[in-house]
Design a protein around this ligand. Structure first.
Ligand code: EPZ
Length: 419
């Protein structure tokens, strides 16, 4: 297995360009199978999840052509299977989007229960409730979700909990259903708007994405299109926080500032000096971070995906900070790793209290999910001495060329193979 070696006491400088949004791309690729002709997708991030999804789409019979950098053309016309293999599906949670897309394409889907980051139970009850409401029979047998429908009929579905995955999956399952589907209490993430725009470009009729009610009027069929994936707000936030945490001057380009409003607002409370442009954010440093309180919420609240990424800078604030993780039940696995580096953090249920005034020291640590890994890279850059991060495969699932991007800013991170 590979490891990242991070030498601390580093300040960063220069500019970094954000890649396409992982959490848009991992839904857009399965959705391409619903088209009646080739679909070209640009600005895909070159991450392991995309490689896995490409293999899955090819396994199902569709043709995938790699164009230029970050550009794929999917020709779904030869897709001939609705059953995805465990060894690929288990690599990422987003493989569950094949449920919605194959149900629309074939009125059948057999997908092993998905893998993905260990953030707590992560049930799929809202996905299944919605598929059943649309007319699908759903059974879980031998670790697989089996779905079948004679006909998908538009209906009203009220999500019990705001779920990004369920919102997207039920959009996919409704686009050619008979009649109108109204999805209520849905997630409003920018990636959902991006996917709805992609589906509408294919000929779907979706209104309301980005609000808590999405209305889908079923159409006869979907055609091909070209789509440019939006920038990844979580990757952008990661580099913005890396600059703030190391008191560095870094320009982050290819950003939609509106997607990061909750983050930049908190950074200003923290005492980060930053300028926001039309499609960029420039961090001028943070010499004396202030203690703050953060509560994660679905968009437009503070993103749960940046919770582990903002925690390191809190260890050097002048006083205790607090984080409340309202989205996932168990998203503090990175705390034990930060404590190995000298952080003083107390976790009680969904709340973490981060004592400030600490200086971190390098140590061997392990990434437990991709965002925890990103937080450990930042902690390593802040720490005195060397930090060796294992579990790099988690990070590679969601960050494109992460050490190359950091090293262009002067980080000096090395990738080695574990003894
Ligand atoms: C998506 O996960 C993202 N993954 C996650 O990003 C992100 O953290 C999360 O949304 C929240 O924004 C992808 O888009 C591939 P949810 P998802 O359904 O869809 C509960 C990353 O780092 N829930 O919005 O799985 C669930 O347990 C990843 O890029 C149910 O109870 O998240 C959680 O507590 C990590 N029943 C809450 O809802 C369901 O049927 C939100 O989950 C579905 C979800």
């Amino acid at each position: 297995m590979e490891q990242l070696v991070v030498n601390g006491g580093v300040s960063l400088e220069g500019e970094v360009v954000t890649s396409g949004a992982k959490n848009s791309s991992v839904a857009i690729l399965p959705a391409a199978l619903m088209a009646g002709s080739p679909v070209t997708i640009e600005n895909l991030p070159l991450i392991d999840d995309i490689i896995t999804l490409k293999e899955l789409i090819q396994f199902l019979g569709a043709e995938v052509q790699t164009n230029g950098y970050g550009s794929l053309t999917v020709d779904p016309q030869k897709a001939n299977s609705f059953e995805a293999p465990y060894e690929l599906v288990s690599k990422l949670r987003a493989s569950y989007y094949f449920l919605g897309s194959l149900l629309t394409r074939f009125k059948k889907a057999i997908i092993p229960l998905p893998g993905g980051c260990p953030l707590g139970p992560r049930p799929m009850d809202q996905h299944i409730k919605g598929f059943q409401a649309l007319g699908a029979r759903v059974e879980i047998r031998h670790g697989c979700i089996h779905m079948e429908a004679e006909q998908l009929n538009g209906t009203e579905i009220y999500l019990d909990i705001v779920s990004v995955g369920a919102t997207i999956n039920l959009m996919l399952a409704s686009v050619t259903a008979q009649g109108k589907t109204i999805l209520e209490n849905v997630a409003k993430e920018p990636e959902i708007v991006d996917i709805a725009n992609f589906l509408n470009a294919m000929g779907a009729d979706i209104v309301g994405a980005g609000t808590d009610v999405i209305k889908i009027t079923g159409v006869k069929k979907l055609g091909g299109t070209n789509h440019m994936v939006i920038p990844d707000r979580i990757e952008a936030g990661t580099f913005i926080l890396a600059a703030a945490s190391t008191n560095s001057s870094v320009l982050v380009k290819e950003v939609i500032p509106k997607h990061l409003e909750a983050v930049t607002a908190k950074l200003k409370e923290l005492g980060v000096d930053l300028d926001v442009g039309e499609d960029w954010i420039h961090v001028n440093g943070c010499s004396c971070p202030k203690p703050i309180s953060i509560k994660t919420f679905p968009y437009p609240g503070f993103p749960t995906d940046l919770q582990s990424v903002i925690m390191p800078i809190m260890t050097k604030a002048k006083g205790p900070s607090m984080i409340t993780e309202n989205v996932f039940e168990a998203r503090y696995k990175h705390v034990d790793e930060l404590k190995r580096m000298g952080a003083n953090i107390l976790v009680e249920g969904r709340t973490a209290i981060i004592e400030g005034g600490e200086s971190l020291s390098g140590a061997p640590v392990r990434a437990t999910d991709l965002r925890a890994g990103a937080g450990l890279i930042i902690a390593g850059l802040m720490a005195k001495g060397e930090t060796i991060i294992s579990g790099v495969d988690h990070i590679d699932r969601g960050y494109e060329n992460i050490e190359e991007k950091f090293n262009k800013l002067g980080a000096g991170i090395k990738r080695i193979t574990e003894e």
